[in-house]
Design a protein around this ligand. Structure first.
Ligand code: PMP
Ligand code: GLU
Length: 397
């Protein structure tokens, strides 16, 4: 089968691949602890489900505007006005089929061949492939564990060229859980404004934050950056609505219009009744989040404490999201019955086969010495997983 040339540049999403593999193994009756999936284990709040059911019953099952119901876009703007004091209008808002689709359309609308997008490492697996699919060039900005997996404004500026259109910032980060501090963000905003570079501000984990107070959207840190800010988010994480496929972008009206056009020629609207659920979610806000955070924090702390005991693992304390991202290079060169562990893929295979624990290798996130562990599963499962990892690591020779 001759497929399109552009496919040679990309690979399947490794996070989704591992999640599917773990599900299939469980379905075969294998007692697997699944640390792979990047989706909360909590149920979607009942009132959101009720709103979608009501919409279904009322026959709201037809096409909507391609870029989302005007009512939803207005409710979204009102949400950002209420929570961030930002005055977006309907023409500056688009609803797509999840945050992933938002980013896909954004890169399709923004990039011409050879345009560069700066992507700090470690990064969420889909950014580089989406940039490549749009004909753009990903330019990686390495960050270091010693700097909490955050880059500085100076490091960013060195990578900006006349072809740079955007930099992606995902804070809190998937996979590292890193959160950028205010001073760094202000300095980064200053660079973006001066060099006229867009900031793709992926705030999908904004509400999942363990520090003091709450995290804010980028323009809070520097109002001047507003025209260069593209806020990308959705309801997958803070409302546990991964399967509903609701995401949005807020930003430049001309860009939104272009994304709307792409959407009108590809997917059309996001699912109509999911949009009515989203209206209910945004009208009320994530009031449940405090309770979820207590669970997430306890799980994170249990994992971090375990990594201090397990040989060859070390881990920064993530400030947000629901992932820990330990460095496991201490296992490299060690052997088990499946061979020698040489990289993060080898470590993942070892954990899957020797410990029946599914994790995601760090390499596709641009961090070859790490593995990603999602703690979106019960404390009992987490403890079971930790015990299995500890036991398996003891056998490494
Ligand atoms: N951005 C980041 C950093 C993510 O981890 C995800 C996870 N799925 C998304 C965007 C997109 O999520 P969704 O498509 O479910 O809205
Ligand atoms: N973003 C989540 C993850 O990183 C869900 C899977 C995906 O869309 O990549 O696991």
């Amino acid at each position: 089968m001759k497929l399109a040339d552009r496919l040679a540049q990309i690979k399947p999403s490794p996070t989704l691949e591992i999640t599917a593999k773990a599900k299939a193994m469980k379905a075969q009756g294998i007692d697997l602890v699944g640390f792979g999936a990047g989706e909360p284990d909590f149920d979607t709040p009942e009132f959101v489900k009720e709103a979608a059911i009501k919409a279904l019953r009322e026959g709201k099952t037809k096409y909507t505007d391609a870029g989302g119901l005007p009512q939803l876009r207005d409710v979204l703007c009102a949400y950002y006005q209420r929570t961030e004091g930002l005055g977006y209008t309907r023409a500056q808002a688009i609803i797509s089929n999840g945050g992933k689709h938002v980013l896909y359309n954004l890169f399709q609308a923004l990039l011409s061949p050879g345009d560069e997008v700066i992507i700090p490492t470690p990064f969420w697996v889909s950014y580089p492939d989406q940039v490549l699919l749009a004909g753009g060039t990903p330019v990686f900005l390495p960050t270091r564990e010693e700097n909490g997996f955050c880059f500085t404004a100076g490091e960013l500026e060195k990578l900006i060229t006349p072809r740079t259109r955007a930099i992606v910032i995902n804070s809190p980060s998937n996979p590292s859980g890193a959160v950028y501090d205010e001073a760094t963000l202000r300095a980064v905003c200053e660079v973006a404004v001066r060099r006229k570079v867009f900031i793709v501000w992926d705030e999908i984990y904004k509400d999942i934050y363990y520090g003091e107070g709450r995290l804010r959207s980028l323009p809070f840190y520097d109002p001047e950056v507003l025209p260069y800010t593209l806020i990308c988010s959705g309801l997958s994480k803070n409302f546990s609505m991964t399967g509903w496929r609701i995401g949005w972008l807020l930003g430049d009206a001309a860009l939104i219009k272009a994304m709307d056009m792409i959407q009108s020629q590809s997917t059309s609207n996001p699912v109509s009744f999911a949009q009515y659920g989203a209206i209910a979610a945004l009208e009320k806000g994530p009031e449940h989040i405090g309770e979820w955070l207590e669970h997430f924090r306890a799980r994170r702390d249990a994992l971090l404490a375990a990594f201090q005991r397990i040989p060859g693992m070390r881990c920064l304390e993530p400030q947000g999201a629901f992932y820990v991202f330990p460095n496991i290079s201490g296992w490299f060169g060690k052997s088990w019955k499946g061979g020698v562990i040489n990289d993060s893929y080898g470590a993942t295979k070892f954990l899957l086969e020797e410990a029946q624990v599914a994790v995601v290798p760090g390499a596709p996130f641009g961090a070859p010495e790490n593995i990603r562990i999602s703690y979106a599963l019960s404390m009992a499962e987490i403890e079971k997983g930790i015990a299995r990892i500890a036991k398996a690591v003891q056998t490494l020779g």
